[in-house]
Design a protein around this ligand. Structure first.
Ligand code: 6R9
Length: 683
């Protein structure tokens, strides 16, 4: 294991060379049961032929036809502004209509959302499609008539896992208002920076919510967000505050006169209001989703309406195999892309009954999830390796005590170790459910690599081949293809555009082009999509069968428990502490969370290392970026290992944290410090 982990690690942090050899044992295939195949949405092997590159781009009409259009498109793919691809040009539709209104004829009494509060004594809410329709319309009326929002405006939603979040998102989509959802676990400051970048005049939040047995005061964070934005000259005019309980306000933060309004009160004036869904161009903007990049500034991935919704609807139907009769539960947070695509837009577009759970998976005990699954008769389950590892540790035999029955399970967010995959398969899935390991990104809207479950066998630890319409390729640093089965890792790219790919980075086209296309584009003036492979930023290996195994990030983004954190963001936060001179963060392998940040800092002259300084640094990171970014360890070191040009060698620090080989250090400016740090860290 050690060798594989270290190789992965070097790739995760600072890859100087894309291609390196990888050694592991090929895993055996696992096959779907005849029972699963018999009921699956996609059983036609011809789909791969239909989505071959010869049929590109017209093949993607098949996905778009899953939606209801007000007007059909005249051009499937417009490449004139390469690589900002435009899909289904000329088409018009409304995303909210497709996720709600169109289901009323057949499913109005069917549950759209099962909301499970964390406190186990609070009743589960079952929101039907009819009720969802009514609530979304009322909120849309508030946004339009009370807030004055119109098509193209941005709104920041700083909301946790309660039904108010998807309801507010859908209300925005109904009006063509662009939502930017900020994960509720992020700090107020982080939210404020995102309000600032998106120039949102309205913030929608909630007074409080439950996590791990505690009622958290969220409005207090929202106030920090508004202040942070206004310090950067973006003034939030209105803050709409949902109440976790209709009859009481659970935050200590005062409501600001003339700025803050209780959504629940305002809504009373809009009871039973209806708002016509605005017919939007396919190329309109549905939402922004901020993700960490390699510089300090988070980037707003900008997703379209027609292309995005077509793509996620198809993925929910064919890869997740969701039927309207299923009860589908994705454990991700809606504040991340997985929640946008695979709790809200994809599942609702295919008329799913979707579970939203407020709390943490192991509260109050390791049986909680399985009790929920049993009670609601969940049959499709979707979570991340970090949660699977946590559940496996907390209650390895717990699932077997409950009488639920999954037909399908998903894993997403990080590479899953084959041992963990097998526990998921045998214990959580009881050996009956298929697993799809879906590799994709905030930027890509929906899945890139995964098996189509009735058509391809599973292989533990491998995501699978490209989904229909996605053609992955592995390049070395020089742009040569590494053939399948070569046993060498490289940069995974996608040869072709697809409708789910983001349109650009909000207000930063140059960054979009250089980050995702800069390395392998041969001619910046080309309008031919073949000249613009999309570079995902992950290192990967492709086996002879075309299955892809993802090794981790090649750029300096750390993936902690499935959440991406920019090294620069963490380091900048550490540098806000007065005593700190330099900071370097690396991804340390952690049994439970996959990766945790280890932060190495050096002090300004005149300061002595102390526990207080370590705590100060750790707290600064948690306050500025949120608890998720809190470093697992802070090491105060005498100096950073550096190249002669002064570049900090994070790779060496990663090798020390992970007890790997530091390699040749003789070319460093200060080779002696490596030994000193190793002794300090490893003892
Ligand atoms: C959907 C999501 C994207 C990064 C991605 C990769 C890692 C995601 C994975 C996976 C291995 C999988 N990643 N899914 N690695 N196997 N099935 O997670 O989006 O938050 O943008 O992260 O996550 O490194 O580049 P996002």
């Amino acid at each position: 294991m050690a060798e594989e982990k270290v190789l992965e690690e070097l790739g995760t942090v600072e890859s100087s060379e894309a291609a390196y050899a990888v050694h592991w044992k090929e895993e055996d295939y696992y096959h779907p049961s005849p029972e699963f195949i018999g009921q699956a949405n996609m059983t036609d092997p011809g789909i791969f032929e239909r989505f071959s590159l010869e049929n590109f781009p017209d093949c993607f009409r098949e996905y778009a036809e899953l939606l209801d259009w007000d007007q059909y498109w005249h051009t499937t793919l417009d490449t004139s502004d390469a690589p900002c691809w435009k899909w289904f040009v000329g088409g018009r539709l409304n995303a909210c209509y497709n996720c709600v209104d169109r289901h009323l004829a057949r499913y109005k009494n069917k549950t759209a959302i099962h909301f499970v509060p964390e406190p186990e004594d609070e009743p589960i809410q079952h929101i039907t499609y009819q009720e969802l329709y009514r609530r979304v319309n009322e909120v849309a009326a508030v946004l339009r008539d009370f807030c004055g929002l119109k098509t193209g405006d941005r709104v920041t939603l700083y909301l946790p896992m309660t039904p108010e979040l998807p309801i507010t998102m859908l209300a925005c989509a109904r009006l063509g208002v662009i939502h930017s959802v900020v994960f509720a676990g992020f700090s107020g400051q982080a939210c404020g920076d995102r309000i600032w970048d998106s120039e949102s005049r309205v913030l929608i939040t909630i007074d409080g919510y439950y996590r791990n047995g505690k009622l958290l005061d969220h409005k207090a964070n929202a106030d920090v967000a508004v202040e942070t934005a206004s310090n950067q000259n973006v003034n939030v005019e209105k803050v709409l505050v949902w109440k976790r309980y209709k009859d009481r306000y659970v935050s200590q933060a005062p409501m600001v006169e003339g700025r803050d309004y209780f959504m629940n009160d305002v809504l009373k004036n809009y009871a039973r209001a209806t708002v016509e869904p605005v017919s939007m161009p396919a190329e309109g903007i549905l939402f922004l989703m901020y993700t960490s990049g390699s510089t300090g500034k988070p980037k707003g991935a900008q997703h379209s309406i027609g292309g995005y919704l077509s793509y996620v609807a198809a993925m929910s139907k064919y890869v997740q195999d969701i039927h309207p009769e299923d009860v589908y539960w994705c454990m991700a947070d809606i504040g991340w892309i997985t929640g946008h695509s695979f709790i809200v837009y994809g599942p609702l577009a295919v008329a799913a009954s979707s579970v939203i759970y407020e709390g943490v998976p192991t509260y109050p005990d390791a049986g909680r999830l399985w009790r929920i699954a049993e009670e609601l008769d969940v049959n499709i389950f979707h979570t991340a390796p970090t949660t699977i590892r946590m559940l496996r540790k907390a209650g390895p035999d717990e699932p077997l005590k409950y009488n639920y029955k999954f037909k399908h399970m998903t894993t997403v967010g990080e590479p899953i170790e084959p041992e963990v995959w097998k526990w998921y398969y045998h214990v959580v899935g009881k050996g009956k459910a298929v697993i799809v390991d879906t590799w994709w990104q905030t930027e890509t809207g929906g899945f890139l690599c995964s098996t189509v479950p009735a058509l391809k066998p599973m292989k533990p630890g491998s995501a699978g081949p490209g989904v229909p319409g996605i053609h992955p390729v592995i390049y070395d640093d020089e742009g040569n293809e590494i053939p399948p089965g070569a046993g060498k890792a490289g940069n995974i790219c996608i040869r072709n555009p697809w409708p789910g790919l983001m349109q650009t980075i909000w207000k930063d086209r140059d960054r979009f082009v250089s980050t995702y296309f800069g390395k392998y584009n041969k001619d910046p003036n080309s309008k031919d999509w073949r000249d613009w492979p999309y570079m995902a930023g992950d290192a990967a290996v492709m086996a002879a069968d075309g299955y892809v195994r993802i090794l981790g990030r090649v750029d300096d983004v750390i993936n902690v428990a499935g959440h991406r954190l920019g090294t620069k963001e963490i380091e900048s936060a550490a540098l806000t502490v007065e005593e700190i001179a330099e900071a370097a963060v690396i991804a340390a392998v952690d049994e439970l969370r996959g990766r945790i940040p280890h932060l190495y800092v050096s002090l300004k002259p005149g300061y002595e290392p102390s526990k207080e300084i370590e705590d100060k640094v750790s707290n600064a990171v948690a306050t500025i970026l949120g608890k998720i970014a809190r470093p697992g360890r802070v090491f105060i070191v005498p100096d950073m290992p550096k190249t002669r040009s002064g570049k900090i060698m994070r790779r060496i620090l990663a090798a020390i944290s992970n007890r790997g080989d530091v390699g040749d250090v003789t070319t460093l400016a200060n080779p002696d410090v490596v030994e000193a740090i190793r002794t300090q860290v490893q003892g």
